[in-house]
Write a protein that binds this ligand. Structure first.
Ligand SMILES: [Zn+2]
Length: 103
């Protein structure tokens, strides 16, 4: 599924941007810029990696908003497991989310 152009996480709206270089100082698949309201995803990845990376960055924001204190490895494991459940069961919820696609 193409990524949405934006996602709402808590009370904040984040743009979702496919980019050639996520971070020029550290190689990354994705990055969330909490204060700017941006999620950057590496455009060179296959679709499933893009989706999983988006979920990973969403979990980082939830972690921050809820003060969970997750480590990077926790976020990575949760994103992997949650993504597999959603995909393997074809789960979507609500049907009122962002509909415009970015790629
Ligand atoms: Zn991370």
């Amino acid at each position: 599924m193409p990524l949405p152009v934006a996602v709402n996480i808590g009370g904040h709206r984040f743009s979702v941007e496919l980019v050639d270089v996520v971070n020029k100082y550290q190689p990354r698949r994705g990055e969330i810029r909490h204060l700017e309201g941006r999620i950057l995803i590496d455009s060179s990845m296959m679709e499933s990696r893009r989706e999983q990376s988006l979920l990973h960055e969403i979990l980082h924001e939830i972690d921050q908003q809820c003060g969970l204190g997750l480590e990077e490895t926790d976020v990575g494991r949760l994103a992997e497991a949650l993504y597999a459940v959603l995909v393997n069961n074809r789960l979507t919820f609500g049907g009122h989310g962002a509909t415009t696609k970015t790629g």
